[in-house]
Design a protein around this ligand. Structure first.
Ligand code: NDP
Length: 257
């Protein structure tokens, strides 16, 4: 069996790739310690699938309220997680929640920019800041040398559309200006954080899930969520110091920034 982290937190876990990650993690890692499945509206119908899954694995899945645009909810979630993981800390944090607003230069308003940036960059930044003590604790407590996702890691779910090199061949097909800029910002956030926390043994990578048939990816996507997540979990399980600050896709291929 692949190496497994003892504690994991996933944002945007109520549908799409986030929900599929929760599903596959509990099925794949039978002795996973605790999985914090975060969503912004746990009591709304759109979280039903997650709650049903959580009721099947009550000893593993803890559903938490976390709106990535709300610092208060991030701080509260960090406290709740801290009290549950104790001295073991948090091994793996997956910043998955995201939004995609369509629109080119002409159609994109300053509000669209703020919304995209708040969700896709400021949210993950605040989450990394608030959870870093727990990640550092995990790195120390693990006693494992080097860097890995079973020790302490942050995976930011990025997008090929945020790669500078993708613009000439993909912009006409899908402009999504505010999304692209925010995902490019997430790439820089990942690099800066990886530089800052490498001394603490916390690994950071950006993962592109592929073009996936979710609400965001739409029905024309090239992959289903199952395949994408299976690939991403394989990649996450094999990350080492070599991929710290790296940008990879679901198959493990290194992507250009
Ligand atoms: P979906 O639109 O299917 O799901 C998005 C998830 O993010 C939902 O759970 C949603 O919750 C959550 N979310 C959005 N805003 C917030 C918020 N403020 N606080 C908490 N949760 C929030 O998208 P995917 O599953 O397809 O995408 C997941 C990630 O993968 C995203 O970061 C996306 O950019 C990235 N990605 C996806 C690709 C694809 O082809 N699908 C391609 C490249 C990257 P709610 O139900 O409450 O809205």
């Amino acid at each position: 069996m692949a190496t497994k982290p003892a504690s994991v937190l996933i944002t945007g876990a109520n549908r799409g790739l986030g929900l599929e990650m929760v599903k596959q993690m509990v099925e794949r890692y039978h002795s996973l310690g605790i999985l914090f499945a975060c969503c912004r509206d746990p009591d709304r119908p759109k979280a039903e699938g997650l709650k049903t899954l959580a009721s099947k694995y009550p000893n593993i899945i803890t559903v938490l309220h976390l709106d990535v645009t709300d610092l208060c909810s991030i701080k509260t979630a960090a406290q709740q997680v801290g009290s549950l993981v104790g001295t073991g800390g948090l091994n793996l944090l997956i910043n998955n929640a995201g939004i995609l607003l369509r629109g080119n230069l002409q159609d994109t308003s300053p509000e669209d920019m703020h919304t995209s940036f708040n969700t896709n960059v400021v949210g993950p930044m605040n989450i990394i800041k608030e959870f870093q003590p727990l990640l550092k604790t995990a790195a120390k407590a693990s006693g494992i040398p080097g860097m890995s996702s079973k020790k302490a890691a942050v995976i930011n779910i990025g997008a090929l559309l945020g790669a500078l090199e993708s613009v000439p061949y993909s912009y006409t097909f899908l402009p999504a200006l505010s999304y692209r800029i925010s995902k490019a910002g997430m790439n820089m956030l990942t690099l800066c954080a990886s530089e800052e926390l490498k001394k603490d043994g916390v690994l950071f990578s950006v993962l592109h899930p592929g073009w996936v048939r979710t609400d965001m990816g739409g029905p024309m996507g090239e992959l289903d969520a199952q395949e994408s997540v299976k690939g991403m979990l394989n990649v996450i399980a094999t990350l080492t110091k070599k991929q710290n600050g790296g940008f990879l896709d679901y198959s493990g291929k290194t992507l250009p920034w």
